[in-house]
Design a protein around this ligand. Sequence first.
Ligand SMILES: NC(=O)c1ncn([C@@H]2O[C@H](COP(=O)(O)O)[C@@H](O)[C@H]2O)c1NC=O
Length: 196
Amino acid sequence: MYVGRFVVVGPEVGAYRVSSRSFPNRKLTARDDALTVGPTADASETDNPYVSYNCLRIVETPTGETAAFGNGSHVDPIAEKLELGYPARDALAESLLALDYEKDDYDTPRIAATLGENGEALIGTVRKDALLVETVEEPTLVATYEEDSPTAFELEVDGAAEAASEVYDHEFEHAVCAAGIARTDGGFETAIENGD
Ligand SMILES: NC(=O)c1ncn([C@@H]2O[C@H](COP(=O)(O)O)[C@@H](O)[C@H]2O)c1NC=O
């Protein structure tokens, strides 16, 4: 089954996978407190505005570190609102609604998740027909296509690297790259799986 991009978030870990039929020549790179999706050296040029973006950011909020991740440019305003002290629910809902679903041939939903202090984890999506933002107590997935409402997902992993490789290897089709994030004693660790 092809579900496109997907996020998974549970109280302790999170992951994001880029799956793509149309733009497979992409990879993740780490930069400061962000992970970025961008083209590989051999990718064809494109003017599609939705295929290069920060997919994960870790920010210092008034109550501690929080991570935000998702499938597009909405990750930046979510992170910036968290930094300003917005509750995660509001940062997700306002940013998803402001940018709305993507105006491409598929009306591709925007999906996102946050991992905050005290085990708080939220997931959200904005589709053409809905805006959903939920707090989750167990690993939960939302994808751009097919699995486009939050649903429980098995993610029994230890650490960010395992989270990234587990979602990269998942049977959902057309894996391109994946990011993992996990809580540590002092904050978060992240990992990248580019399949190389
Ligand atoms: N975030 C991404 O990495 C991303 N990759 C592709 N898209 C959008 O989704 C459309 C379909 O892409 P695909 O056939 O690879 O699933 C693309 O034309 C593009 O508008 C994306 N936008 C949202 O998921």
